[in-house]
Design a protein around this ligand. Structure first.
Ligand code: AGP
Length: 604
């Protein structure tokens, strides 16, 4: 959840680290801090509650150095404050640590250290690590860090500096991402390539249990036990500009606007017209194995879970394999029956979400086959899965997911088509779906052109205290995702219900002050959906419909282009992303960094 960046080389380090922190701020943004090695070898630290700009304002004039580490925080242990901001130092101010993750046995270790006379300066779990490293008996910094890590349980991505070892930064990873950036006589480290790509696209991603020593002109990787590991740098797929706002006012707007291009990318090179199917190179699932799959269980959190719900419907419809989606966070705690004939699919934009990763690890421990549907290449979930497919949405910086949702659903449509064509989906249905997929980018562009209308509607509805979102079958996960979008970015309370459940309770909420957003596709359930609109209107409810034709009972309709019934959910969510965006804008919200949230939830 937090962002880490570090540098060792010849350049003035503070501006580099501040720039890196700005790029990582989406990972956590309640406080930030920086430590550098000063001219006479001392560690110089500045910390500030609030955004990176608050930290920047506090950096003194003379703050020069060529080695440093920095951090932007999303609080877990201890409220956001100057004291709790990272880096944390040991008692002698010799060791500085920045940390992403959670030390589970921190209270126990803190009690022991306190009993031994250590005075703590913060409420964080991370400070425990700084003291442990400071007290370690080993001679080298590498050994001191691994000695300390042996005492801790939990997850970490850490970067450590030590006054007595000014020529190096030592980093370690267990469960929280650490990426090394390899430059010319300079090295970087970060929790995310976003902080590095402006300087180098050559990266090494550490695996769990791995550590690295960075010196200005050299790096080496090894296990926490000290055995050397091989690290071959790879080239980051994305240019530095892909992480910029590109002329938009917010990342959310940029990412909504990029969707036609992103969908085009996930389709590119995968369609096989001859056999009316698609090729998904990394699935590692032979046709015979695919035919033997009896069930599919999709696991994800938040928006990815909603994308998985649509994915499960697509797989059932096209491949006729019973499928469902479940929040990974619930699944892992209910001691689920792990069935050998079930194929598990973990879905995650970041590929880091702790609950999803933990579910994958538990499934693999029990011998299950797990595929990943992931956006971030080389991320923990992608590495842990037996195979899978990337969704190729490109970097998504806004905390609120938009383009990645759309691309994930398209990736599921490809998976469903692939499985369907191995099983019983006919050539003509295969062709029909392929044609539908090909129409998507153009139709997305059409929807995006209606933004001025949607903006007006958003302003009209922005005074609502609460909104209901309804949809039936294919429309229900669309409603759920749209309601999540609205609540996380505008802070308006929103809840989603299957339209069929209205009479069983939520109808009691309907009154003029409680608008309903209804998903009304032109499919075999159109009349049923219209009946729901009648029921709401009869109780003086205001209705905004997203439909393929104007809905008479609705106060307003956003008309979207029609695709194949199975693919309609991909398009119907897009206007509601814009609706959430413009509602939040009208209410003056901090769109890219909603309160209390962070992009990658790497803790439970
Ligand atoms: C999306 O708008 C949310 N902020 C959130 O629900 C997110 O989708 C969820 O935390 C899962 O993240 P992931 O896709 O990176 O695993």
């Amino acid at each position: 959840m937090c962002g880490i960046v570090g540098y060792i080389g010849r350049r003035d380090v503070a501006p580099l680290l501040l720039e890196g922190l700005q790029r990582l701020e989406y990972r956590g943004y309640d406080s930030a801090g920086i430590v550098i090695t000063g001219k006479s070898g001392e560690l110089k630290t500045v910390k500030a509650k609030g955004r990176v700009r608050e930290l920047e304002a506090r950096i003194p004039k003379r703050f020069a150095g060529t080695t440093g580490i920095a951090h932007t925080r999303w609080a877990t242990h201890g409220a956001p404050s100057d004291e709790n901001a990272h880096p944390h130092l040991d008692a002698d101010n010799k060791v500085a640590v920045v940390h992403n993750g959670i030390i589970d046995n921190a209270s126990e270790l803190r009690a022991k250290l306190t009993a031994d006379g250590t005075v703590f300066a913060s409420e964080t779990d991370t400070e425990v690590l700084a003291h442990l490293i400071g007290r370690a008996q080993a001679e080298t910094l590498e050994k001191k860090v691994s000695e300390a890590l042996r005492a801790v349980e939990g997850t970490y991505g850490i970067a450590v500096m030590h006054r007595d070892f000014p020529d190096r930064i030592v980093v370690a990873r267990n469960g929280s991402p650490v990426v090394l950036g390899i430059g010319e006589k300079e090295m970087f480290v970060a929790s995310d390539v976003a902080a590095l790509v402006a300087h180098t696209r050559q990266v090494v991603t550490l695996g769990d249990g791995e550590m690295a020593t960075l010196k200005a002109d050299d790096f080496r990787t090894y296990t926490t036990e000290g055995s050397r590991t091989t690290a071959t740098p790879t080239t980051v797929e994305w240019e530095a500009e892909s992480y910029d706002m590109g002329g938009h006012d917010t990342y959310m707007h940029k990412e909504i606007a990029e969707q036609a291009e992103a969908v085009d990318r996930v389709l590119r090179g995968r369609i096989d017209d001859r056999f009316a199917t698609v090729h998904l190179g990394g699935l590692n699932l032979e046709p015979g194995e695919a035919r033997r799959v009896r069930r599919i269980k999709i696991l994800g959190c938040g928006t990815s879970y909603h994308a998985g719900q649509i994915g499960a419907q697509l797989i059932e419809e096209l491949a006729r394999i019973p499928s469902d989606a479940e929040p990974a966070s619930e699944f892992r705690y209910r001691n689920p029956v792990v069935d050998p004939d079930t194929l598990y699919v973990a879905v995650s934009q970041s590929g880091e979400t702790y609950d999803v990763l933990a579910a994958v690890q538990e499934l693999k421990r029990k011998g299950a086959r797990v595929l990943g549907v992931v956006n971030v290449v080389g991320s923990a979930i992608a590495r842990e899965a037996d195979g899978g497919t990337y969704v190729h949405a490109g970097p998504e910086v806004c905390v609120v997911s938009t383009k990645c949702f759309t691309n994930t659903v398209v990736a599921f449509a490809l998976l469903a088509l692939h499985l369907g064509r191995i099983r019983d989906l006919s050539v003509s249905d295969g062709k029909r779906i392929i044609e539908g997929l090909r129409r998507l980018p153009g139709q997305i562009d059409e929807i995006l052109k209606t933004e001025p209308e949607i903006k007006k509607l958003a302003r009209e509805y922005a005074d609502a205290k609460s909104m209901l979102f309804i949809g039936r079958v294919r429309g229900y996960p669309v409603a759920r995702e749209a309601s999540l979008k609205l609540k996380e970015v505008s802070y308006i309370h929103a809840e989603a219900y299957p339209a069929s459940e209205l009479k069983h309770g939520p109808l009691a909420l309907i009154e003029p002050a409680m608008p309903t957003v209804a998903i009304v596709p032109d499919d075999d359930l159109l009349e049923k959906n219209r009946a729901a609109l009648e029921e709401i209107k009869a109780r003086s409810g205001r209705i905004l419909a997203v439909a393929h034709q104007v809905q008479e009972k609705a106060d307003h309709t956003i008309v979207v282009p029609k695709n194949e019934d199975e693919l309609d959910p991909i398009l119907m969510g897009i206007p509601l992303q814009l609706f959430a965006y413009h509602t939040a804008l009208a209410l003056g919200r901090d769109i890219d960094k909603p309160r209390n949230l962070a992009k990658s939830v790497t803790v439970e």
